[in-house]
Design a protein around this ligand. Structure first.
Ligand code: NAD
Length: 320
């Protein structure tokens, strides 16, 4: 079985590749658990330490010819994770359109021509919602208030339509904000959600650009990876014909509650500096803080128990 991960050297892409190497199997288009023979990581950035045991292809997915070579006829499935993240897509509309929308269509067009129908998991986001009711339900309309959210929902529509036409077997998962992400801050508007915990745990300062009463819908990196794999392993029938999109489960918390949990884990909360940022506050405020993810629970997607366990996961994996 040959699996492609676009954005393969990004944060989730690397975690997913390592997890797939570890488990070694996925459920194929016929519902059989099959050995993964080859994992192809596609990214535009060449890392200092390429992952061993995978094939890496470096290039720009927004080059219209790129996928003709990168996706060969023997590809069984794709995790499409490459994207221009929220603040960056808001700052550069054309780049966001090229990578998040045009390249997604090019990828689906290439997959449409494959001899065997490919399973495709698309990482969408809660950013497809804007100014939502207090609790988002499975059928709450997604009316994005950001370029990124608009590009993600158009990606979902493409996944659904190419699946309806029987060109691919697509699945789109709306990821909550990820907490706590290791490494450096990135250009996601939600980057502070990780920074305000990660940096103080390492004795460094962090900026909090939103009001501390801001509520958030979050999930830990390891559970997100489990859910991406689960989205792939479910059968075409498990997804059904009605909707190829699901709101993943998550935890509702506020910035203040996260900071209080940091304190109980010996984090120095005085290192968090409140520095309101209008653009980030506006984007984050437009995302839902509470989602009743009924369908995802019924389909067997996982969730974290509480925020304390998410901090502990980060400390175990990146600090201890
Ligand atoms: N991290 C989160 O909180 C979160 C939340 C919701 C959704 N998502 C989605 O999950 C996916 C993965 O997120 P992540 O946190 O790993 O992001 P990331 O920024 O760490 O990784 C994205 C990768 O895509 C690559 N990429 C970007 N443009 C490219 C291009 N033109 N050609 C080739 N590669 C390109 C980047 O080099 C990067 O390695 C994205 O689609 C993102 O929108 C993430």
């Amino acid at each position: 079985m040959k699996i492609v991960i676009t954005g393969g050297y990004g944060f989730l892409g690397q975690m997913l590749a390592k997890k797939l190497l570890e488990i070694g199997k996925l459920v194929d288009r016929n519902g059989d658990l099959k050995t993964i023979d080859n994992i192809i990581l596609i990214d535009q950035i060449e890392p200092k330490n390429p992952i061993k045991g995978v094939t890496s292809i470096f290039g720009d997915i927004s080059d219209p010819q790129f996928f003709d070579q990168a996706i060969t006829d023997d590809v069984d499935g794709v995790f499409h994770l490459a994207a221009i993240v929220s603040s960056a897509a808001e700052a550069d509309f054309d780049l966001g359109m090229k990578v998040n929308l045009d390249a997604t269509r090019e990828l689906l067009e290439r997959c449409r021509k494959l001899p065997n129908k490919a399973k495709i998991v698309f990482s969408s986001s809660v950013a497809v919602f804007g100014n939502t009711p207090p609790i988002v339900e499975d059928d709450t309309p997604a009316l994005p208030l950001s370029s990124y959210g608009m590009q993600k929902i158009l990606g979902e529509y493409l996944i659904s339509e190419y699946t309806r036409k029987n060109y691919i077997d697509g699945r789109a998962v709306r990821l909550p904000t990820i907490a706590i992400r290791p490494g450096k801050p990135n250009k996601a508007a939600s980057s502070f959600v990780s920074s305000i915990i990660r940096e103080p745990l390492m004795g460094e300062k962090a900026i909090c650009p939103v009001d501390r009463s801001q509520s958030l819908w979050i999930q830990s990196p390891s559970v997100i990876i489990e859910n991406l794999i689960h989205a792939y392993n479910l059968s075409h029938q498990d997804w059904g014909n009605e909707s190829r999109v699901v709101n993943l489960p998550g935890l509702t918390t506020t910035v203040a509650e996260m900071i209080s949990s940091l304190q109980t884990h010996d984090g120095n909360t005085s290192l968090i500096i409140d520095q309101p940022d209008e653009t980030i506050s506006r984007l984050v405020k437009s995302w839902p803080g509470v989602i009743n993810a009924k369908r995802a629970h019924m389909m067997g997607f996982k969730n974290n128990d509480n925020f304390d366990s998410m901090i502990e996961e980060f400390i175990d994996q990146h600090i201890s």
